[in-house]
Design a protein around this ligand. Structure first.
Ligand code: ADP
Ligand code: MG
Length: 407
């Protein structure tokens, strides 16, 4: 690390630098290095970088820096993001980074009951400097015509690809149509399919582009796969949890039903875990997430709701109990580990039917990923070698054991 670059090179306001120090950010990540000067210059920007590369601070830092000296900051910036979890995380990151600045923000997201609606409505009418919102909910407030963003200067689309996946295009376009045309617009996305480019060309003006190579997961995340028949998946999973040391692990399944089922089965096997999916009340989800973040809850079993943008460091193990149908989801899932400067491991359980999906993932990642039989040699019905192995139902091998790790 000879070309050590600090945040001080951007000429950020001292209060922003203090916020960074308080958050423990010492060095800008690559996307931050490239995006921050362009944003400070007032350019529109489209930035493409993997999940976990620090895109939030890449736009939050210059925003705070801009707003700090403004006399009238009222509703001057809008950040659109796909999920309530992300809205809350971004809001928290703004709170941390602006700790020494007079900047206020409010998160606006769906779900909850009438009380939450009233509370958000009131907050919006009172106003804040920044609004972090999911498009659907924000539009339902805007449609009532009760408040306006007529002084807005900054619009940020966070996780734009995910917002389109979730069907928010129409809400986004309706919201944008009501915003002042004179504004700086920034778009962040983990992937850059055509429809994202189209969206960009319709709402950005002469944007600068920043693109950080997709290969990131490969660097710090050890990726491997196991070939296992469906009926052996559970014992394999238990063995993996026993074999690989972890502090926090995520297990992904392809459907809510499978998540619920696996959650129960694991619990019966002594693995302390919670299920995480979109059927849960928001309060429950937040409570689970708090426990997980704090390290009280070592294992989360979830659908791809978990795979996008959940801001938890310290996840050191990701297990794909099912191969994700969309290769990009694979990248998002394993991007939950190896965050910031840490290393992580991902293991994908592949049944023979999923081999084609697995190939597509390898194509996206750009290389063949290694098969492993560790730690299970000799008792997994691994394909295609299963015939030649002792098929004693798994009891002859390592007995899965699970201990909650302290700390
Ligand atoms: P993305 O939006 O690209 O998925 P985030 O902005 O959520 O990524 O950042 C991922 C994690 O890295 C967060 O926990 C964040 O606090 C942390 N982080 C971001 N920038 C830095 C930095 N410069 N130094 C250390 N940690 C950082
Ligand atoms: Mg993000």
């Amino acid at each position: 690390m000879n070309d050590e670059i600090g945040f001080d090179r951007f000429g950020l306001h001292p209060d922003v630098l203090d916020g960074l120090a308080a958050m423990g950010f010492r060095k800008p990540s690559p996307v931050q290095q490239q995006a921050i000067p362009l944003i400070l210059d007032g350019r529109d920007l489209i930035a493409c970088a993997q999940t976990g590369t620090g895109k939030t601070a890449a736009f939050v830092l210059p925003l705070i820096d801009h707003l700090i000296d403004l006399d009238d900051r009222h509703l001057s910036a809008l950040i659109l993001t796909p999920t309530r979890e992300l809205a809350l995380q971004i809001d928290q990151q703004i709170e941390g980074l602006s700790y020494y600045s007079p900047i206020s923000s409010i998160p606006i997201y769906g779900g909850g009951d009438g009380a939450l609606w009233d509370q958000q409505h009131k907050a919006l009418r009172q106003g804040a400097d920044l609004v972090v919102a999911t498009p659907g909910r924000l539009w339902s407030f805007m449609a009532t015509g009760n408040f306006q963003f007529d002084r807005l200067r900054y619009l940020i689309l966070d996780e734009a690809d995910r917002m389109l996946d979730m069907g928010f295009l129409e809400d986004i376009m309706r919201i944008v149509a009501r915003l002042p045309k004179e504004r700086q617009t920034l778009m962040f996305s983990a992937t850059m399919p055509d429809r994202i480019r189209q969206l960009a060309s319709s709402i950005l003006r002469d944007p600068a582009q920043v693109s950080i190579a997709v290969s990131r997961p490969a660097d710090k995340i050890e990726q491997m796969a196991l070939q296992v028949m469906d009926d052996r998946k559970l014992e394999v999973l238990l063995a993996l949890l026993a074999e690989f040391p972890f502090r926090s692990a995520l297990i992904f399944c392809s459907s809510k039903d499978k998540v619920k089922q696996l959650h129960q089965t694991l619990r019966k096997s002594g693995v302390m875990n919670e299920a995480f999916h979109s059927d849960l009340e928001q309060q429950v989800r937040e409570e689970i997430m708090r426990g997980f973040k704090a390290g009280r809850l070592p294992v989360l079993v979830g659908t791809d709701v978990l795979s996008r943008g959940i801001d938890v460091d310290n996840i050191d193990l990701v297990i794909n109990y099912d191969v994700p149908p969309d290769p990009e989801d694979y990248v998002h899932r394993i991007g939950r580990t190896g965050r910031a400067e840490r290393n992580g491991r991902s293991i994908t359980i592949v049944n023979p039917m999923d081999l084609r999906r697995w190939k597509r993932i390898e194509e996206l990642v750009g290389r063949a990923l290694p098969w492993t039989e560790r730690p299970l040699c000799g008792w997994i019905g691994s394909v295609p070698k299963s015939e030649s192995r002792g098929s004693s139902g798994g009891k002859g091998g390592r007995k899965p054991s699970y201990k909650k790790r302290s700390k």
